[in-house]
Ligand binder design. Structure first.
Ligand SMILES: Cc1cc2nc3c(=O)[nH]c(=O)nc-3n(C[C@H](O)[C@H](O)[C@H](O)COP(=O)(O)OP(=O)(O)OC[C@H]3O[C@@H](n4cnc5c(N)ncnc54)[C@H](O)[C@@H]3O)c2cc1C
Length: 411
């Protein structure tokens, strides 16, 4: 498609053109300004400023899930995890606040909730996750009433869950349910349980954290988490595996076998690629995830569309993490720049690092390296692993990791 035709299609939407003043080579549209989309938008502009990049995000700003568990404990603030998009604007990215309601891959355009259309040469889709509410009976109604929260997308529910924990009387029970893997951030629920237990230990020592996990055991850094819980939170934190929550009712959750009462109910329902991926026919697997070519992140279902982050069908050993989404974005950005310059994309080696706090001052880590094996990305033998023990230096690294990835993705 020629530039003239793009501009015609852009129609109702006013796009001033990007900062260089030079004629643009093509327009890349990015849906979603989270870890994947923001990073892709930045890196495409950085690696080829002659490409116009339009980032479409429905929220006013970026709120980080990493560190949001610390907000629940009172060890961080919403201000610390909330960031704007001015850094991307300074790089010449056009940030449009809108909700993409449809993708027309044949016409290479996306439709906006506000009514307009924007044309693209390549499209990047990084919508994160949406929840399969039907898997937990009564969840949606209870969530709307504010009696059960997931807080698995950082934002208003993070604030609401913190308020519920603060309001809970000493001696109360906080119930956290974990869905079957795969889900966003494998160690995230266990970090959350640790943070709430740390808060209770300090502020309401007669209270309990009960983790109901649909998986048989802790799914990530299990030995390290369990050692921390035994040493730091005996009598406060209880873990139950094989306990899938299938329903919620007033003041209680239902597993397949039991009804369990709690004062604060935090249920994380199973999830899948974000709604727009489903509507655009990008989902290929189990009605949940989007399979991609790991050399370019191009969808295996829809040509010209690159899918990033949690929405993808994860390759072997690859978690759904901000660290991974940020790396996916760099694969896609490099591939798109090569493609739009008439060159063949080259496979890229990527890394993942996930830190988890187990107390205010101590953290643990898991990392892995993934390389192209001729077919997919696979973990490099002998690379990565977990920390030897929880420690204060790991907590310092964890904070530095968070600040670095926010800066790398957004400025
Ligand atoms: C409690 C918790 C702790 C975590 N801790 C860590 C950690 O320590 N380290 C780590 O690496 N990862 C962590 N994660 C995981 C990390 O947050 C996700 O893996 C990451 O956000 C995925 O990036 P993404 O780009 O796929 O999705 P997101 O970051 O969720 O971004 C998706 C964006 O797309 C937007 N969007 C969706 N649909 C549309 C549409 N139709 N139109 C416009 N905009 C749209 C959304 O508003 C959102 O801003 C944690 C997650 C949780 C829940």
């Amino acid at each position: 498609m020629k530039r003239r035709e793009f501009l015609k299609l852009a129609g109702a939407v006013s796009l001033a053109g990007c900062a260089t003043g030079a004629p643009s080579k093509a327009r890349v549209v990015v849906i979603g300004g989270g870890f994947g989309g923001a990073t892709a938008a930045k890196y495409i502009r950085m690696w080829d400023p002659s490409i116009d990049v339009v980032l479409i995000e429905r929220d006013a700003g970026f709120v980080s899930c990493p560190i949001s568990n610390l907000v629940l404990a009172g060890y961080s603030t919403m201000g610390e995890i909330s960031h704007g998009y001015d850094g991307l604007r300074r790089r010449g990215v056009q940030v449009v606040r809108d909700n993409v309601t449809a993708i027309d891959a044949a016409r290479k355009s996306v439709r906006l909730g506000s009514g307009g259309e924007i044309a693209y040469e390549r499209l990047v889709v990084s919508p994160g996750i949406d929840f399969m509410f039907g898997e937990v009976a009564g969840f949606q109604e209870a969530m709307q009433a504010g009696t059960v929260l997931h807080a698995w997308k950082a934002g208003p529910q993070t604030v609401a869950l913190r308020a519920q924990l603060e309001a809970m009387p000493d001696g109360g029970t906080y119930v956290l349910s974990v869905p079957l893997a795969p889900y966003r951030c494998p160690p995230g629920p266990y970090e959350r349980a640790s943070m709430v237990a740390a808060y209770f230990k300090q502020a309401k020592p007669r209270s309990k954290v009960l983790v109901l996990d649909a998986n048989p055991d802790v799914t990530s850094k299990a030995a390290l988490f369990k050692a921390a819980w035994k040493d730091l939170y005996p009598g406060i934190l209880e873990f139950r595996g094989n306990s899938k929550v299938v329903g919620v009712e007033r003041g209680a959750v239902r597993t397949e076998f039991d009804t369990i009462h709690g004062d604060v109910l935090n249920v994380v329902p199973p999830h899948r690629a974000g709604d727009i991926a489903a509507r655009a026919g990008l989902i290929t697997t189990n009605n949940r995830w989007c399979d991609v070519d790991w050399r370019t992140m191009e969808s295996k279902a829809v040509k010209g569309v690159h899918v990033l982050g949690d929405a993808t069908l994860s390759a072997s050993g690859m978690p759904k993490s901000g660290s991974m989404a940020n790396n996916h974005a760099k694969i896609a950005a490099a591939a798109i720049v090569e493609q739009l310059n008439g060159r063949a994309p080259q496979p890229v080696k990527i890394i993942n690092t996930c830190y988890s706090f187990v107390s205010q001052k101590e953290a643990i880590r898991v990392s892995s390296v993934h390389e192209w094996d001729g077919n997919t990305l696979t973990p490099v033998k002998g690379s990565g692993g977990v920390s030897a023990a929880r420690s204060e230096p790991e907590a310092t690294y964890a904070w530095n990791w968070a600040r670095t990835i926010w800066a790398d993705s957004l400025t």
